[in-house]
Ligand binder design. Structure first.
Ligand code: MEV
Length: 317
């Protein structure tokens, strides 16, 4: 019996970093997915095959001694095996079309799809349990995660997210055309989040004011997403970029991309942790192809849309 699950990547439209400190964020699933298949094996090991390499790890191994890139998968398999008193191992295969280390939610989508695929080998999956397991798995490599990325990957669509509250779907009939420009500089989310923590400790008043401004911006942005007011959404994105610059997570390459693409779109900002990774811009559908063509001269650039379908899982024999 093979269990197969898929989950989408994400873009953060508004509120990255501030969300780690309790402010709201607006996050959208994108039409790039990870697919994970798993099956029980008759060894005493977890075998993992991913675009980043292969490993076979004895079930008795401690989580902390497993290489970071395999740790969330090992954690999920070990948890599920123990919950079901299973005596053997599990084989997990990961395929992905989400760029890695680019701020597009590759690791969260992997955690969600792996949690769903492995759990489904033993019992019918429940989305909220899958989400909890996925967030715990992500914490093995990124202890401070807000949970926003795994949540949108599980639910799909666009959500308003705040830690300790139920996520709210932002309902809209419209299709949004975003363009992703990859600076091709890999980043380390945990390291950037730590830096923002330090910024907050050293500049408590400024940070608190920025959180309030970000929250006000998000109220306006949600309203304009619902009314499909593309110009206002774009302006809010550009304003959000300025807040992100103030907390020190942008850099020269990202700023250069933002300034260039802003000229022919409604607005642009970095997305995710920053300090590398991607910029997103909101475009008019009719201009999408020409913007992609222009930006592609210098950077890897592609259009993305919002993916309504979150995590999906099934069994094949
Ligand atoms: C990373 O995609 C987004 C951050 O806000 C971290 C988080 O929310 O866990 C930087």
């Amino acid at each position: 019996m093979i269990s197969k699950a898929t989950a989408p990547g994400k873009i953060i439209l508004f509120g990255e970093h501030f969300v780690v400190h309790g402010t709201r964020a607006v996050v959208g699933a994108i039409n790039k997915r990870v697919t994970i298949t798993s099956e029980k094996n008759d060894t005493a090991a977890i075998s993992i095959s991913s675009p980043l390499g292969k490993a076979t790890i004895p079930i008795t191994e401690e989580i902390d001694s497993v290489e970071k890139k395999f740790r969330p998968f090992f954690f999920i398999a070990k948890e599920v095996i123990s919950d079901h008193n299973f005596q053997n191992g599990i084989t997990i295969d990961i395929q992905s079309d989400i760029p890695i280390g680019a701020g597009l939610g590759s690791s969260s989508a992997c955690c969600v799809a792996a949690a769903a695929s492995v759990s489904n080998l033993f019992s019918k999956v429940d989305a909220s349990q899958i989400l909890d397991l996925a967030i715990d798995a992500e914490r093995t490599i990124f202890p401070r995660t807000s949970g926003a990325d795994c949540t949108v990957s599980t639910l799909g669509g666009i959500i308003e997210y705040q830690k300790e509250s139920d996520p709210k779907a932002i309902k809209t009939e419209h299709d949004f055309d975003f363009i992703v420009v990859n600076s091709q500089k890999m980043h380390n989310t945990d390291a950037v989040v730590k830096r923002v923590n330090k910024f907050r400790d050293d500049n408590a008043d400024t940070f608190s004011e920025l959180c309030t401004e970000e929250d006000n911006l998000i109220t306006k942005a949600i309203d304009s997403l619902q009314t499909f007011d593309l110009e206002t959404i774009g302006k809010c994105m550009s304003q959000n970029q300025i807040f992100l610059e103030r907390i020190g997570v942008s850099n020269d390459v990202l700023l250069d991309i933002v300034k260039t693409i802003e000229k022919e779109t409604f607005g642009a900002k970095l997305t995710g942790a920053g300090d590398g990774g991607c910029v997103i811009a909101l475009t008019d559908q009719s201009k999408k192809d020409s913007v992609v063509e222009n930006m592609s001269k210098e950077y890897e650039t592609y259009p993305v849309t919002i993916e309504k379908t979150g995590m999906q899982v099934n069994i094949t024999n």
